[in-house]
Design a binder for this molecule. Structure first.
Ligand code: ADP
Length: 261
C-alpha cells in the first residue's frame, strides 16, 4: 500500500528494491531498532509465502545494533565496487556494524555519514527485494534530514513510547519527514505496558502517547507492543521475538502491523 502514497518523485531508486519503509523515532532508546528488526522479520514471513524477499538497512551509523539483533557478524563480501549484503533469518542485511570493529567508535562527520548511506543504497547488491526496512538514526538533525532525501522512501513509521517526552520528539520527527514529503504511514507505541501473571497491565511509561501522537499527526495508530523480557532477550540472542516466540502478544502485533502496511 505504502508505495502508492508518496507524492514526491523518488530521487533515484535503490536498484532491485521495490518498496522502502523507514522506521524513525524522535529520540533514542524507545526501541526503534528492535521494532525495525521485528517488523522486517514479520514482512519476511509474509513475503516468503509469495516467494519474495525483504531486507533491512541499518542507517544507525553511530550505534548500529541490527547485526547483534539478527545474530550476524563478520564482513560482507566485496564484488567490484559493490558490497554483498549479509544474510540472516531470510533477510538481506547491511549495517555499518559489519564495516567497523566492534570497539571502534564511529567518529565521522555528516558528509562521511551521507557518503556511507549513499553507498548503502547504490553500491550494495540488494538483489530483488520486495521491501527494504530502513532503520533511521534517532533524532531529527541534519543527518536524518539528508538521509531521507537520499533514499527514496515509500513512507515512514514512527515509533514512540507512551510518555510525553517521547511523543513530543516523535512529533518533531514527523514534521521533519513531512517537510521532505515523506508519507507517514502510522505511529506504533513500544513499551506500552507490562502484563502481570494475572493479566493485569501496568503502565510503566505512562499511557496514551502513541494514539495521541497518531491523532495529532492525523495518521493511523498501528498498535501497542508490550514491555516483554523476551523482546530484550530475543534482541540480545540474535533471534527477534517474531521468530523466537511467534505466539506471543508482541509477535502478533508485529505481524498485524506488517499486514496493515
Ligand atoms: P533504539 O533503537 O530506539 O535506541 P533499541 O531497539 O536498541 O532502541 O532498544 C533499547 C533496548 O530496549 C534494547 O536492549 C532492547 O532489547 C530493549 N527493548 C526494546 N523494546 C522492548 C520491549 N518492548 N520490551 C522489552 N525490551 C525492549
Amino acid at each position: 500500500k505504502a508505495s502508492q502514497s508518496n507524492g514526491a518523485a523518488p530521487a533515484e531508486g535503490i536498484p532491485g528494491v521495490k518498496h522502502v519503509i523507514a522506521v524513525s523515532s524522535g529520540k533514542g532508546g524507545v526501541g526503534k531498532s528492535t521494532f525495525a528488526v521485528n517488523l522486517a522479520c514479520a514482512f519476511s514471513q509474509i513475503l516468503e509465502a509469495e516467494g519474495k524477499k525483504a531486507g533491512i538497512m541499518d542507517c544507525d551509523i553511530y550505534g548500529p545494533s541490527v547485526p547483534l539483533m539478527l545474530g550476524l557478524s563478520g564482513r560482507p563480501y566485496v564484488e567490484g565496487d559493490s558490497l554483498i549484503p549479509m544474510e540472516g533469518h531470510n533477510l538481506s542485511v547491511m549495517s555499518m556494524g559489519f564495516l567497523v570493529d566492534e570497539d571502534t567508535p564511529v567518529v565521522w562527520r555528516g558528509p562521511m555519514v551521507m557518503k556511507t548511506i549513499q553507498q548503502f543504497s547504490q553500491n550494495v547488491k540488494w538483489g530483488d527485494l520486495e521491501l527494504l526496512v530502513v532503520d533511521l538514526p534517532p533524532g531529527t538533525g541534519d543527518a536524518q534530514l539528508s538521509l531521507v532525501q537520499t533514499i527514496p522512501l515509500s513512507g515512514a513509521v514512527l515509533v514512540t513510547t507512551p510518555q510525553p517526552a517521547a511523543t513530543q520528539v516523535a512529533k518533531r520527527g514527523a514534521r521533519m519527514l513531512e517537510k521532505t514529503n515523506v508519507k507517514i504511514l502510522g505511529v506504533a507505541e513500544n513499551m506500552s505496558y507490562l502484563e502481570g501473571p494475572d493479566g493485569s497491565r501496568q503502565n510503566i511509561f505512562g499511557e496514551g502517547g502513541g494514539p495521541q501522537t497518531a491523532s495529532d499527526l492525523k495518521t493511523d495508530f498501528l498498535g501497542q507492543i508490550p514491555l516483554d523480557q523476551s523482546i530484550r532477550e530475543g534482541g540480545d540472542a540474535g533471534t527477534p521475538i517474531v521468530l523466537s516466540k511467534p505466539d506471543s502478544q508482541a509477535a502478533k502485533v508485529f505481524k498485524e502491523i506488517a499486514n496493515t502496511l
